[in-house]
Design a protein around this ligand. Sequence first.
Ligand SMILES: C[S@@+](CC[C@H](N)C(=O)[O-])C[C@H]1O[C@@H](n2cnc3c(N)ncnc32)[C@H](O)[C@@H]1O
Length: 475
Amino acid sequence: MTERSGGPSRRPSRPERQHPPARRQGPRRPPEDDPARQAAWDTLKAIRERDAYANLVLPKLLRDRRINGRDAALATELAYGAARAKGLLDEIIAACSDRPLSEIDGPFLDAMRLGAYQLLRTRIPAHAAVASTVDLVRGAHGSGPAGFVNAVLRRVGEQDEQAWVKQLAPEDPVGYLAFANAHPKWIAQAFADALGDKGDELAAALTADDARPLVHLAARPGEVSNEELAAITGGDVAPYSPYGVHLEPGSGDPGDLEPVRERLAAVQDEGSQLCALALTTAPLDGRDERWLDLCAGPGGKAVLLAALARLQGATLDAVEKAPHRAELVRKATTGLEITVHVADGRDSGLPEGSFDRVLVDAPCTGLGALRRRPEARWRRKPDDVSDLTKLQRELLTAALKLVRPGGVVVYVTCSPHLRETIGVTSDIVRKGLAEAVDTRELFPGVPQLGDGPHVQLWPHRHGTDAMFCQVLRRI
Ligand SMILES: C[S@@+](CC[C@H](N)C(=O)[O-])C[C@H]1O[C@@H](n2cnc3c(N)ncnc32)[C@H](O)[C@@H]1O
């Protein structure tokens, strides 16, 4: 996002240089003055300083400070929105500041992001967006830094987002769409490669990926139907998964919903549900008794699989390398039959050829679930892909040894990056270790699945995360 089609002459004139003082000045205002913005500001700080996850930090902060209702909704909108749009906001702030971003103290930069987000991406009146943000800074750090933040935000507010995009975005199509939809260019390029498009469809994919998603729930099979779950939660029956329910995102934690607390349902993207179901519905000749989830933590798919295994008279084993994540699998599957092994899936010690169905829900970049993790797109780096594809190949190879001849292995990633998806599965097929099954047939009623044999889901086509799924049969 550093490429620009124009030079410094396209920048607006800069605000007066204002030096924040080394020490705090002026009266400190307690956060109760503006609890929503204070919570959003503190969340941005936690993301920047300790690599925190917004969707873990903010709900706790709201709970601890007893922020609810409209304040909680505003805090969520501002914290998640500013985290998601960080790269775009930073480019605009850089164009409005007399100092490089690297020389702006973190808290002031966070405040500018918060203010710029309100100015450019909300209906909050400009004067309120600026004044409320400046007040936060003045309360915590004194009037010098407040003046600096004020000057930059006034400059940001001189034009709307579209005008900034027009002024600052690179001219190449992928770079432009990445900038306009607040994505790093390498991620937009990965989407373009997977879609085979860098025009309207890429624009739709990035726009959908930049929007706040619906909450998806999965009803636990055998316990409650998705119609009943929708009636209890006030949600809608999901279009594709027979266990899915969609809910409007509220300000609260969906983990607090009664059916979730009572383990009748779990929060799970509908695409994830469909991929787990594909493991259970893939056609199989002969024995169908032993199922394995080879990368099981934190247990989302394991819950669905264990509940279906119980209904279909099969057993489920789960392997997870990280002990704390294996513990999460145990907790998530409370009340269901499952054997959890803490082991490396590449060398699990489980008997070769002993399973009939194996799921490899591989560790991946997560580029397909960015809309659910506000800060993730700016944290992931292109170099992550190479390390992960090596591990993905090794796990898939191990899975094909653990499954019996004729048995099925389902390879899943929550990333559409071609190196993590087709790059891994086609290599295995080429080596003659397995044959590809037409996976589209296992996603009944789901439109726009392309030429197969794999399935690639997309937020803009299916309303799901961009999950990849390929069913393989061991030769
Ligand atoms: C994409 S997540 C799986 C999500 C899970 N199936 C669910 O639906 O909740 C991948 C998991 O693989 C685990 N993992 C990473 N390397 C592994 C390995 N070598 N063997 C087994 N598990 C591994 C990670 O700790 C992580 O929990």
